[in-house]
Design a protein around this ligand. Structure first.
Ligand SMILES: NC(=O)c1ccc[n+]([C@@H]2O[C@H](COP(=O)([O-])OP(=O)(O)OC[C@H]3O[C@@H](n4cnc5c(N)ncnc54)[C@H](O)[C@@H]3O)[C@@H](O)[C@H]2O)c1
Length: 168
C-alpha cells in the first residue's frame, strides 16, 4: 500500500479518486484550499491540509512532513472563461502552483506524479484536433516540466484524463 498525496481532493473528481484509493487500502493525504471544493467531500479517513498549492512555505512543509510516495495533482483553476479574462491569475494557480507541487515532489523523492490535464485540445467526432483553448498552454507547461524532471532521473508521469488510472 502507498502513501498518496492528492491535491484538490475536496473537489469533484479528486474526492472520488481519494475514495477509490482509500477503498484499496492506500493512505491518503489531501491538500485543498476549499476555493471550489467542499469539506464534506473529503473522505474522513484521509488526512486533510487546508492549503493553497501556490503557497511555497506551506506546500514545502506538508511535503517534508508527509513524504508521500505518489502525488495525484488535481487542484486547479478550472474555469475556462476566467482563464481568458484573467490569464495571469489562472497561470499563477495552474502553472506556478503545479510547478510548486512538482518541485516539492522531486525534493522529497516522490516516485510518481500524476497530473490530470484539461483535455485542452478540442476534438471533433473523428478524433481530429480542431481547436485549442487556453488550458492547452497550461497543460503544455506542466507536461514540459514533467518531461524536464524525467530527464533529471525523476519518474514523473503526466497523464490526461483519457489515460487516467488509479496508479499505485
Ligand atoms: N470536471 C470535468 O469535467 C473535468 C474534465 C477534464 C479535466 N478536468 C480537470 O480535473 C481537475 C479537477 O477538476 P474538478 O472538476 O474536480 O474541479 P473542482 O473545482 O471540483 O476541484 C478542484 C479542487 O481544487 C481546489 N483548488 C483550486 N485551486 C486551488 C489552489 N490554488 N490550492 C489548493 N486547492 C485548490 C478546489 O478547492 C477544489 O477542491 C482540474 O484540473 C480540471 O481542469 C475536469
Amino acid at each position: 500500500m502507498s502513501k498518496i498525496l492528492i491535491t484538490g481532493g475536496a473537489g469533484f473528481i479528486a474526492s472520488h479518486v481519494a475514495d477509490a484509493y482509500i477503498a484499496l487500502g492506500h493512505e491518503v493525504i489531501i491538500v485543498d484550499n476549499l476555493s471550489t471544493g467542499e469539506q464534506s467531500n473529503v473522505n474522513p479517513k484521509a488526512k486533510f491540509y487546508l492549503a493553497d498549492i501556490t503557497d511555497e512555505k506551506a506546500i514545502k512543509r506538508i511535503f517534508e512532513k508527509e513524504k508521500p510516495e505518489i502525488v495525484n495533482h488535481h487542484a486547479a483553476q478550472k474555469d475556462v472563461g476566467f482563464s481568458v479574462i484573467n490569464p495571469l491569475d489562472d497561470a499563477k494557480v495552474n502553472i506556478l502552483g503545479s510547478i510548486n507541487i512538482i518541485v516539492n515532489s522531486v525534493n522529497v523523492g516522490v516516485k510518481k506524479t500524476i497530473y490530470a490535464n484539461s483535455g485542452g485540445p478540442l476534438i471533433d467526432s473523428e478524433g481530429r484536433v480542431v481547436g485549442v483553448n487556453t488550458f492547452k498552454y497550461v497543460d503544455a507547461s506542466i507536461e514540459g516540466m514533467g518531461f524536464a524532471l524525467e530527464s533529471n532521473e525523476v519518474k514523473t508521469t503526466v497523464n490526461n484524463l483519457a489515460k487516467f488510472q488509479l496508479l499505485s
